[in-house]
Ligand binder design. Structure first.
Ligand code: UDX
Ligand code: ADP
Length: 465
């Protein structure tokens, strides 16, 4: 008989931990859910009396938090206390790509995971089920298990892998009605009991036939594989977009044509300036690193090509802007509409906008950025993180503007970097009237009506047309 869970702790109050725990608390009023994080400012923002100010922007999330917070959902910096009390602990900390040592630029940095495991081992006095929520390289569970079992005080730990498949911007929808929930566990009796306890949590709102159970390693590898397949689709259509531009085919027509084949399907075929986000690149690099570490060179090279294509797509967008603007953007104002890696999120990790901006800044452009949800500090931080130039230079060359019309005023060109819906509703005649002529528009997301804008006078470039 699986143990009935009444207290959950989640370590990490980020883009995954925050929304996931908010929905678990909303759907399971009988379970007390405490989300903890070392970052005090982040926890303070989750506790802001006005739920519109929570640190993660996701449509529908502030309403979920408003419903559950204070009832059975709590945000705290007291990590030890929450660990000690919980029967089930989700580890939802970040696992960025390593920036040092062996596997630099490829492997996942597991230092935050290890710190969590050691903290859990130190604090725990009662048996716990540990759930890996962060995306991890295959066989991480083994390392976590080893730390817990060798430093603990006679406490029993069961490790489960429960990868997250939510996409940012649709997190609440995805959590409410997931395609599937995946849970991996040990085949032992205790392992299966722990697995069942987590199945029972999700079964509060997810139909049981959508809850898949596997062994630990299959579950861990499935997450990397899902992201690799999705990213591969984007790189595949992006590769074709360049060919379309040279042949007169239209990549959106091609995508529509192939998407009607039920074996291919219509989703994830939008050509773009390149995929971003915290998962795709990191997970593929991880997959490539793992394959190489087993000596599987061809497997590694195959998947690495998805990243190489994506880097090319970002770079050729910047190059297109420079070439079109008569081979120089030095001192010219380029307006960026959008900075987030996709619409409906304030997350900018690996956003194509960062890399395109960097290339244009190397050509001494002046960039004005408007994004409805991204702060000026975040934009500067993203550029400073690249270390391409001094912080002073970045802040002199890049300005965040809170009004889109102001952002485009006097610009030589507009670059649409994110597919925010509001861009479709703008008064484009007014924008055109206030720009330097000829006024160029580079649509990296197929957002605007190309014909309508061309009729206004814009010189429009859209990916794949
Ligand atoms: C992804 C996975 O979808 C999700 O299951 C996993 O849990 C985390 O990684 P996310 O990164 O939040 O989610 O967003 P996603 O919608 O997958 O988009 C990733 C990137 O690909 C974005 O930059 C998006 O703009 C781009 N993309 C997506 C395209 O360029 N074209 C498409 O057709 C689809
Ligand atoms: P994700 O997209 O995976 O949710 P984020 O970076 O948004 O990634 O969130 C991860 C969170 O985990 C951060 O807020 C970070 O402060 C937190 N974190 C990392 N290590 C620890 C730790 N040992 N204890 C508590 N919180 C941690």
């Amino acid at each position: 008989m699986a143990k009935k869970i009444t207290k959950i702790c989640c370590i990490g109050a980020g883009y995954v931990g925050g929304p996931t725990m908010a929905v678990i608390a909303q759907k399971c009023p009988g379970i007390q859910v405490t989300v903890v994080d070392l970052n005090q400012a982040r926890i303070a923002a989750w506790n802001d009396p006005d739920t519109e100010n929570i640190p993660v922007y996701e449509p529908g999330l502030s309403a979920v938090v408003a419903e559950a917070r204070g009832r059975n959902l709590f945000f705290s910096t007291n990590v030890d206390e929450a660990i000690a009390e919980a029967e089930m602990i989700f580890i939802s900390v970040n696992t960025p790509t390593k920036t040092y040592g062996t596997g630099k630029g490829m492997a996942a940095d597991l230092k935050y995971i290890e710190l969590c495991a050691r903290q859990i081992a130190r604090v725990s006095k009662t048996d716990k089920i540990i759930v890996e929520k962060s995306t991890l390289p295959v066989r991480t569970a083994e390392a976590v298990k080893s730390i817990l079992q060798n430093t603990g005080n006679n406490v029993q730990f069961q490790i489960l892998s429960n990868p997250e498949f939510l996409a940012e911007g649709t997190a609440v929808e995805d959590l409410h009605a997931p395609d599937r929930i995946l849970i991996g566990g040990d085949p032992t009796e205790e392992g299966q009991e722990a697995l069942q306890a987590l199945v029972d949590v999700y079964a509060n709102w997810v139909p049981r036939e959508k809850i898949l159970t596997t062994n630990l390693w299959s579950s861990e590898l499935s997450k990397l594989t899902a992201n690799a397949f999705l990213a591969q689709r984007v790189s595949s259509i992006n590769a074709l977009s360049e060919l379309c531009e040279h042949t007169g085919a239209d990549v959106f027509e091609v995508a529509r044509s192939i998407g009607t084949d039920s074996r291919i399907g219509p989703k994830f075929l939008n050509a773009s300036v390149g995929f971003g986000g915290s998962c795709f690149q990191k997970d593929i690099l991880n997959l490539v690193y793992i394959a190489r570490s087993y000596g599987l060179q061809q497997v590694a090279d195959y998947w690495e090509q998805v990243i190489i294509m994506n880097d090319h797509q970002k770079r050729r967008f910047g190059t297109k802007i420079v070439r079109t603007l008569y081979n120089t953007v030095s001192g010219k104002k380029i307006a960026f509409l959008g900075w987030a890696f996709k619409k409906d999120t304030n997350d900018t990790r690996e956003s194509a906008a960062i890399y395109v901006a960097d290339d244009l800044l190397n050509e001494q452009a002046n960039i004005a950025v408007y994004d409805p949800k991204v702060t000026a500090d975040q934009i500067q931080g993203d550029l400073n993180y690249l270390h391409s130039r001094s912080e002073a230079e970045n802040s002199a060359l890049v300005t965040a503007v809170t009004d889109p019309y102001e952002c485009c005023k006097g610009a030589h060109a507009i670059a649409i970097m994110t597919e925010w819906d509001e861009f479709k509703t703008y008064d484009w005649e007014r924008i055109y009237a206030n720009m330097t002529k000829p006024a160029f528009l580079f649509d990296g997301r197929n957002v605007v009506d190309r014909k309508k804008l061309s009729d206004i006078g814009f010189k429009v470039y859209s990916i794949g047309k």
